[in-house]
Design a protein around this ligand. Structure first.
Ligand code: ZN
Length: 158
């Protein structure tokens, strides 16, 4: 761990405390850095914004992408106060940053009442055995749109 990494993680941890204290949501904060400069930040805002996807990492990714005017975080480092949940893990992979640093572990989060193990468990189950059943309907109709996408010219690939 470098001195600079320590500074950025400290900022993410401070943000987690501030977000909690100001009533935005749970105790989670995230900072996104490119070339030694903070380009985005966010704290958990689930309860205040009535948005179940408003996790710190998602908020910080949205902020950084707006600031960088891009939909990818190439060359960016993510500093998050806690190991990302499966949703944020997915969001991080879509955003394609260079590295992720986290402070609290999944185990620490579970002990504090934020257990996301049930989502990992669901991934291993067949659709019909999941708590939320997934049912495929009308795939043929929907696939037409994919075919149209493949034929479409002047599209932005991501
Ligand atoms: Zn998350």
């Amino acid at each position: 761990m470098t001195e600079q990494q320590k500074i950025f993680m400290k900022m993410a941890i401070e943000l987690s405390q501030e977000g909690m204290d100001s009533g935005k949501g749970g105790p989670f904060g995230c900072i996104i850095v490119r070339n030694g400069e903070v380009v985005g930040k966010g704290c958990n805002s689930v309860s205040s914004s009535k948005d179940p996807t408003a996790h710190a990492e998602v908020m910080a990714i949205r902020d950084a992408c707006q600031n960088l005017n891009d939909f990818q975080l190439e060359g960016c480092d993510i500093y998050t106060s806690c190991e990302p949940c499966p949703m944020c893990l997915g969001a991080i992979y879509w955003a394609r940053p260079a590295r992720v640093f986290y402070a609290n572990s999944k185990k620490d989060a579970a002990e504090a009442g934020f257990d996301d193990q049930f989502i990992y468990d669901e991934l291993d189950l067949p659709y019909q055995e999941r708590k939320i059943p997934f049912n495929q309907i009308m795939p043929k109709e929907a696939k037409t749109v994919f075919e149209n996408w493949q034929k479409k010219e002047n599209k932005t690939l991501y």
